[in-house]
Design a protein around this ligand. Sequence first.
Ligand code: CA
Length: 143
Amino acid sequence: MRILIVEDDALLGDGLRAGLKQAGFTADWVRDGVSARLALETERFAAVVLDLGLPKLAGLDLLRQLRVAQDPVPVLILTARDAVADRIAGLDAGADDYLVKPCDLGELAARLRALIRRSAGRAAPAIEIGPLAVDPVAHAVTY
Ligand code: CA
């Protein structure tokens, strides 16, 4: 599952990419809103981890543009802004989830898995196709 990380802080972006990779995701990382918009126009992502304070194009403006363009990609806002008003603004602009920095990488990965399975129309964590079962949490495939 491919995730787009939009984060201008080098240390945090690098840590997020490494952490999500460890959790079994493929993660692309861009550092500003315009690059993020370009990436989303040209590639398919299972979900986006979006910072709000970004150069060139703010996270909330990017999110509004995506939703105006009917892009349904799941978006999780990850920001240092912890005020209730910011959370409400983010969710009402079209975000699917909101986490405040610093966050636990395990929780971030679990929330992304939940967003991705919901966007695929599934409520249960495991994917079953006939006798084949894929468990994305345990990274296990059984037959
Ligand atoms: Ca930032």
